[in-house]
Design a protein around this ligand. Sequence first.
Ligand SMILES: Cc1cc2nc3c(=O)[nH]c(=O)nc-3n(C[C@H](O)[C@H](O)[C@H](O)COP(=O)(O)OP(=O)(O)OC[C@H]3O[C@@H](n4cnc5c(N)ncnc54)[C@H](O)[C@@H]3O)c2cc1C
Length: 289
Amino acid sequence: MFDHIECFYRPTTVRGALQLLRQVGKRGRIVAGATDIVTQADRSTRFLVDITHLGLNYVRRQGKGWAIGSTTTMAALEQSTVIRALAGGILAKAASTCGSIQNRNMATVGGNLANASPAADTAAVLLALDAQLVVASSRRKRKIALAEFYSGPHCTFLSGELLEEIIIPALPGGGRMGWSFQKLGRTETDISLVNVAAGVQADARGRIKWVRLALGAVGPTPLRARNAEELLVGNTLNEDVLARVGKVVMQEVNPISDGRASAEYRREMSGVLARRALRECAAQAGCKL
Ligand SMILES: Cc1cc2nc3c(=O)[nH]c(=O)nc-3n(C[C@H](O)[C@H](O)[C@H](O)COP(=O)(O)OP(=O)(O)OC[C@H]3O[C@@H](n4cnc5c(N)ncnc54)[C@H](O)[C@@H]3O)c2cc1C
């Protein structure tokens, strides 16, 4: 796609980047690691605004939560001690599955979300972590829940805006938590046929108090399996409940068939991976199945 580019900008401040984005308008495009953009051959793009020199590659505690700069690479996430310790390390695990090490050295978490692939591996995890996104234009800065960020496959509600930061709010307090990230791909470095992120908190009697179950590559956007979550709350995790949850998940997803897998296979595997994820969560939360 780069043979159509008239100008490649590399601003060094967020303000400078936002001004450039306003100037170039619809013919301009943000580029971060370029691992998605190079494969897309979008001939309408004339100007590229490189955002990798804006100082947005960081991971830090923010109050009781965490803030991740949008140009933090997958390699940085998987190596970060903070991210490895957060929520059983599921974000680090998801980052570590995003293609080869060469890809992960370039690919950014902001690009993974903004590209809006239904299969984006960090998206399911960040949905399970109730992530909020800080997005900015030259006119305003706003926060949007990741759950409300996507409008369809490869479409978001961003309008010429820069995704600056990802905020992960404090996790539920009180212990007895379990976390899991499950990915099924054709090979270890391939994109997901199905991915599942789950978080569970159990009470002292083993009943589920809080749960998040998110899936990728099985619908037009990464999604929360809210009916399955509803079924789980107040229940003890046992084989019967797991079987029911698996069936509900299979009804909630809406996969397509493509060169990688059929819709039927993806649907079936959504149930399998959801059950597998919840088993892992249950073991960590000290629930006996
Ligand atoms: C060989 C290969 C294997 C891959 N395997 C996986 C995989 O297993 N799992 C997976 O999830 N992905 C995979 N990917 C996809 C890709 O690497 C990721 O989606 C990556 O995180 C994209 O980030 P990037 O920085 O390269 O984005 P870019 O290509 O730079 O940008 C992608 C899109 O997002 C926009 N954008 C980027 N950053 C921002 C921002 N901060 N604000 C607003 N818009 C922005 C760009 O304008 C563009 O539209 C793979 C890609 C390749 C080439």
